[in-house]
Write a protein that binds this ligand. Sequence first.
Ligand SMILES: Nc1ncnc2c1ncn2[C@@H]1O[C@H](COP(=O)(O)OP(=O)(O)OP(=O)(O)O)[C@@H](O)[C@H]1O
Length: 336
Amino acid sequence: MILCYFVARIWAGVNVVIDPVLQVKTLKTSFQDKNRQITVVDGIDFEIGRNEVVALVGESGCGKSMTSLSIMQLLPRSGTISGGEIRFRGQNLLKLNRREMSRVRGRQISMIFQEPMTSLNPVLTIGLQMTEAIVRHLNVKKPEANAIADEWLRRVGFPEPTRTRKQFPHQLSGGMRQRVMLAMAMACQPELLIADEPTTALDVTIQAQVLDLMRQLLKETGMSVLFITHDLGVVAEMADRVIVMYAGQIVETADVRSIFTSPLHPYTKGLLQSTPRMQGSIEKLVPIPGSVPPAGTVLPGCRFADRCPIATAECRERLPELRVIRPGHSVRCIKA
Ligand SMILES: Nc1ncnc2c1ncn2[C@@H]1O[C@H](COP(=O)(O)OP(=O)(O)OP(=O)(O)O)[C@@H](O)[C@H]1O
């Protein structure tokens, strides 16, 4: 019976995810620009399993952040989710009202951003900002919320958490602020953490420390993570599975090992060739020529064709489907 279920799912072109926490189905997100709708996330499907770290990768402008902001329903005012479903533990988040969704945010799904200063209020102490969320979501009194905040601040590396609670964001360094954000995100023990380029703004040594800390906390808590990054080094360190996005669509998805050892889409190969590696021979980095087409560009064929080294006339005729090549590995390329 169980075997039949998995065979059916593979046959249906879905990657096998056991016990999905999040299911994104044919998600479409658009912006209204004067008289036309610009689609920036174009019918993407993916799932995140329990305890799984899924990396969403792609160049700037591919639609990674709009995907995560759609899940959280925190899109800019001109953006709307124009189709699809976002199921968290089976419940379609798009059917929730504002109040119900604000209960999910922070309690069941937390998010951390690239620049903590955009999320932290500069005029409130760290303690006030942390305990406000803890009191609201965990329904505890202030002294207990303080104790929970101290516990998490200690876990992310502040030896004197009571003192840190009394500080304002500007009194901390960038790395410290990101660790505070991590403590805030973890304090209500959400099931899913969305981390949007959490270490991009930090220098490399601090970046390594924050990644180490995240890995350790994820192991301890068993949380699921959607990790958004354009840094393949970070992907190799953190992810179990990788989703490669290009121009609002998924072009390849596979487990992290397959992405690095046997990538199939020319875009994924291009990303890997343009990333420095520590091991092996010193090879020349090969940048991908051109750039991501502006959002709303509608071409009849493959969206990567203009930059693809192996594209033929056939590639420009019709949009390829995302095909399952083997269980867990799908690609949107007719040449793969
Ligand atoms: N407020 C907005 N109005 C109109 N278009 C927008 C808006 N915000 C983003 N976009 C467009 O949506 C597309 C996807 O943007 P998104 O921020 O998701 O890309 P990204 O892959 O996360 O890139 P980055 O790594 O630079 O954050 C881009 O073409 C961008 O120009």
